[in-house]
Write a protein that binds this ligand. Structure first.
Ligand SMILES: O=C(O)c1ccccc1NCC(=O)[C@H](O)[C@H](O)COP(=O)(O)O
Length: 215
């Protein structure tokens, strides 16, 4: 099962996290978030851990510039971005990387959806050809990091092929329930406020225990 730890910022905290070999580490580039990255931690990432930039209704130019500056592997889109916006992100990155010969990595997209009891999973269809993963997060007052769970049973209404990460209010005591989720597209979890000491500072011991219990 894949693990994404989102909302990181502190250089020593990121460094301790990397020792646990998470699959993804997320950095929030949304200035209204309390986890907004003001100074990107300058650390060499192992190739098995992917860097994810989280954006909310950001301009394409800003997203691409941030991807290039911090060499991000994924962008996670957490606002009202459309399939066309996703297409433009991929095309802009491809066009730019063709011009810079040394930069040839392929950018990938995670589209986040805010889920509540009435969520219509069929809206994900229009995004499927642009996205590597979907992220099903709980609908709340903020675009993300709300710290609340949705009813995981409704995941069974998702019939698509794009793999998804489950998110929203997950904490270390949820490992057993997560292991009970049976769905062909369920690929992993995204964790955030449930593991925080303070905004953007994670409790590495709890993440280690959670990761161990998930196996
Ligand atoms: O975490 C934030 O502050 C945030 C703000 C705006 C957009 C997205 C944000 N987080 C993205 C994530 O992937 C979170 O991990 C996800 O929303 C779950 O958070 P939590 O409920 O705290 O576990």
């Amino acid at each position: 099962m894949k693990i994404k730890v989102c909302g990181m910022r502190d250089v020593e905290n990121v460094s301790s996290l990397l020792a646990l070999k998470p699959d993804f580490v997320g950095f929030i580039f949304y200035h209204k978030s309390k986890r907004f990255v003001t100074e990107f931690p300058q650390i060499k990432f192992p190739s098995e851990t992917k860097k994810v930039g989280v954006f909310v209704n950001e301009t394409i130019e800003k997203v691409i510039a941030t991807v290039e500056k911090y060499k991000l592997d994924f962008v996670q889109l957490h606002g009202n971005e459309t399939p066309n916006y996703c297409n433009e992100i991929l095309n802009s990155h491809l066009e730019r990387s063709r011009k810079i010969v040394s930069e040839s990595h392929k950018l990938k997209i995670i589209k986040a959806f805010s889920v509540d009891e009435n969520f219509d999973f069929s809206i994900t269809k229009k995004f499927q050809k642009f996205c590597e993963y979907f992220l099903f997060d709980t609908k709340g007052t903020n675009y993300g990091g709300n710290g609340i769970k949705f009813n995981w049973e409704i995941l069974q209404n998702y019939k698509g092929k794009v793999p998804f990460l489950l998110s929203g209010g997950i904490s270390k005591d949820d490992a057993e329930d997560i292991k009970k989720i049976i769905h062909p597209a369920f690929k992993g979890v995204d964790i955030n406020s449930g593991f925080e000491i303070e905004p953007a500072l994670k409790n590495i011991k709890n993440i280690k225990e959670f990761k161990h219990n998930l196996i």
